[in-house]
Write a protein that binds this ligand. Structure first.
Ligand code: NAP
Length: 484
């Protein structure tokens, strides 16, 4: 049986390990850099952290939870769910916490990967699966003077709960999915909130609801109902995803809904103009909130759209030379999404460095395998992120595909498995051709590299990805015997 090392104990790593164990592969070790599992749901502790994908869909298909408290669960409930899945499958013994992987090297003679952690420990396995996610490395902006600020400052994903915001002047930089969740939470407490908006966000209403005990009982006792609920949310997301690539009319309908939402909640013409996006919806990730716009209309909030020129000791200076004084700066400036496995050093056949192979932007066959990196598999790799829908559905597709690869290796001992370079090339050429038609080209976002290549998103529905990954075709791969 091949031994497997999985890097990361977030939803991707947990789903992968469960899939392997279910199919009899028991030699699985998960290396997790932190002291707990949960990935982004462990890391992000900012006020109001929640998932804007309904929980019946943002959960594993074979691990339904009939007793969600809310349709859009908060971070604590999602983390508890992830922990529950790991515990039910006895994964906790397989996780090495505090194991921060710095490097992994493929040995052509043994056909094994040697994985090194920051504490200097080296472990070997036949198969290496990276499940480090796309949003695990917070990005601080490159703003001059950033270190000169004399107040407190932190990134949204590294929220400093020691810093009390009540009665303070708070500068918030960024208007992404994280910011729109914490701004309504902190606004009532702070003295002044200045929101530095570089680009207005498209915001849709959130059809949230609490699941009352009666709902939970019905979901628990009516056979098929949880699956039907999950299916309904999935179908809605698939419909919108179709709009992003195939049928722009669908997206136009969604943007009308967002525009109405804005106009219903913001009546001041000046604020309305500031908050109206000037790029097509879907280009950046669509956001969902009922309380973001109302928070921005409060008298202690000022939305600043003049570009930031620098950070000064007492606040944020804009291009018009105005200094916006602040006691605290919160950077809701996102993540290094296009850097994928960085800063781990991954060396494949002939010592090839993955960061060299990906110098022009990350790419992989089905987002999972890379030529010259035998027995290496990626969960949530390049071009597998979604503009809409549940990433857990994609993670499951990948886990099933990778499990088939491990099965193939088990059936062919003494061999390594590597995607054929021309297959990967043809796959990515077609993918880039399709990506050229998507709205993601019309603005900057974490979906694209500085040169404009879209390295993160899947241009299609989750069903089309599931179909592509349902069967691992032998002809896409080279099974190479180890040297004698
Ligand atoms: P983000 O979407 O990348 O947003 C970063 C924000 O910071 C943008 O508004 C960006 O402006 C701004 N920014 C960056 N550098 C700046 C600078 N130098 N000056 C001024 N503004 C700057 O990051 P995020 O909000 O953390 O969300 C990242 C991803 O995490 C989301 O897209 C989503 O996939 C995930 N997430 C999901 C949920 C959920 O509910 N499922 C919740 C939170 C996060 P520009 O737009 O102009 O670049």
């Amino acid at each position: 049986m091949p031994s497997v090392i999985v890097i990361g104990a977030g939803f991707g790593g947990i789903g992968m390990a469960v899939e392997l164990q279910r199919n009899g592969f028991r030699e699985v070790t998960i290396l997790e850099r932190a002291a707990d599992l949960g990935g982004v749901w462990r890391e992000n502790t900012y006020p109001g952290a929640a998932c804007d994908v309904p929980s019946p869909l943002y959960s594993f298909s074979r691990e339904p939870k009939p007793k969600w408290r809310q349709r859009y669960s908060g971070r604590d409930d999602i983390l508890a769910y992830a922990r529950g899945v790991a515990e039910r499958h006895g994964l906790l013994e397989s996780i090495v916490f505090g194991a921060d992987v710095t490097a992994a090297e493929f040995d052509e003679t043994s056909g094994q990967w040697t994985v090194t952690t920051a504490d200097g420990v080296a472990r070997t396995a036949d198969v290496l699966v990276s499940a480090v996610g796309q949003l695990s490395r917070p990005a601080m902006p490159d703003i001059p003077g950033i270190d000169s600020f004399e107040g407190a400052s932190f990134h949204s994903a590294l929220w400093d709960h020691e810093v009390k915001l009540a009665g303070k002047r708070v500068a918030c930089i960024g208007t992404g999915a994280s910011a729109i969740q914490y701004i309504p939470e902190i606004q009532p407490d702070v003295a002044e909130l200045t929101l530095f908006q570089r680009t207005a966000a498209w915001v849709l209403p959130k059809f949230d609801t609490d699941y009352k005990p009666v709902h939970q009982r019905v979901l628990l006792h009516v056979p098929g109902l949880p699956a039907a609920e999950r299916f309904s949310w999935w179908a809605i997301a698939e419909f919108v995803a179709l709009g992003l690539v195939e049928f722009p009319g669908i997206v136009r309908g969604v943007s009308r809904m967002a525009q109405n939402h804005l106009e219903e909640q913001v009546t001041d013409p000046e604020l309305l103009a500031k908050l109206t996006p000037d790029y097509p919806i879907g280009c950046k990730r669509g956001l969902f909130s009922n309380d973001y716009y109302p928070a921005l209309t409060q008298p202690n909030v000022h939305v600043e759209t003049t570009a930031i020129s620098d950070i000064v000791p007492d606040g944020v200076r804009t291009a018009d030379r105005v200094v916006h004084e602040a006691d605290v700066i919160i950077y809701g400036t996102g993540f290094k999404g296009t850097e994928f496995l960085w800063p781990m050093r991954i060396r494949g056949r002939g010592g090839r460095d993955l960061s060299d192979v990906w110098a022009e932007g990350a790419h992989a066959f089905l987002g999972i395998t890379v030529p010259e990196f035998p027995n290496l598999f990626l969960v949530y790799g390049p071009n597998t992120n979604l503009g809409v829908g549940s990433i857990i559905y994609m993670l499951e597709s990948q886990a099933r595909y990778i499990r088939q690869a491990v099965q193939l290796l088990a059936e062919n001992p003494g061999h390594t498995l590597e995607v054929k370079a021309d297959n990967e090339y043809a796959y990515n050429s077609a993918l880039q051709h399709r990506l050229a038609r998507t709205p993601w080209n019309f603005c900057t976002s974490w979906y694209r590299t500085a040169s404009g290549r879209i390295t993160n998103n899947w241009p299609g529905t989750t069903r089309s990805y599931r179909r592509r990954t349902a069967t691992l075709h032998r002809y896409d791969y080279a099974l190479t015997p180890l040297p004698r």
